[in-house]
Design a binder for this molecule. Structure first.
Ligand code: DC
Length: 230
């Protein structure tokens, strides 16, 4: 069966990674969480004080970019986890502190250039499901299937809040809602590769959809594309 490239973009906490993982598992494709890569660079910036006392020192971070190695490695249950310079950072990249800084870091063109290059290499053999903000517009503009996910900000903040609570994070719902809204604002207004729906992407608003319906809707689209039906 021919392999295709599937790009899943959309706002923060729209459940992109959940459906992308389900699709990749079902199709036997590679799943790439491009947001994890921006988060790992942000963690590196925090660890090395390129983000210090509420300020991001862009030039220092840009100079240090060649020192950053990123890769995904599978854990014992087959889940891909993010490694930063050989260290597993899967947990650390999901904290509120990283969430607060990741959108400003993702506006830096040199950061985007480095990550897009890595993303191209990861998807060069097709058979990939990648989620992010610019996958259908910049990274894989020729992807056979492009999905653009959306849901109300309140619904999305609720989902992220529950996730953080499960991990023991003490952030309040209001803080999470503010973070989600602020990230939307920065992601859609940045000059380099802003979040926007590709003209040929299919928009899915999942505010009222359960996970199963969402998965089956998108899987059907993928099967049709693989078979060349649409
Ligand atoms: O998907 P996520 O919430 O983990 O992504 C974190 C941030 O990374 C998001 O707010 C914007 C940035 N990002 C990006 O600019 N481009 C991507 N392809 C993926 C993420």
């Amino acid at each position: 069966m021919r392999k295709i490239t599937i790009a899943i973009d959309g706002y923060s906490s729209t459940g992109k990674s959940t459906v992308a993982k389900q699709l990749a598992d079902w199709l036997g494709y590679v799943y790439v969480d491009s947001g994890a890569m921006y988060r790992a660079i942000t963690l590196y910036a925090l660890q090395n004080e390129f983000i210090y006392k509420g300020e991001l020192f862009i030039e220092n971070l840009v100079v240090a970019l060649p020192d950053i190695t990123l890769d995904f490695r599978k854990n014992d249950s087959g889940k891909a986890e993010m490694y930063l310079n050989g260290q597993n950072v899967e947990k650390e990249i999901r904290t509120m502190e990283v969430s607060e800084w990741v959108s400003p870091v993702a506006t830096i063109p040199e950061v985007r250039r480095k990550l897009v290059k890595l993303q191209h290499a990861m998807g060069e053999n097709k058979g990939v499901v990648m989620d992010g903000r610019d996958i259908g517009t910049v990274v894989f503009p020729n992807a056979e299937l492009k999905i653009f996910m959306n849901a109300s900000a309140k619904e999305r903040a609720g989902r992220r809040f529950r996730e953080l609570q499960e991990r023991g994070d003490t952030a309040t719902f209001e803080e999470v809602l503010e973070n989600v809204t602020e990230r939307d604002r920065i992601d859609t207004t940045r000059a380099d590769s802003p979040l926007k729906k590709a003209t040929d992407a299919i928009e899915i608003d999942n505010s009222e959809m359960n996970l199963e319906d969402q998965f089956h809707t998108i899987l059907q689209l993928a099967k049709d594309r693989i078979a060349g039906r649409i």
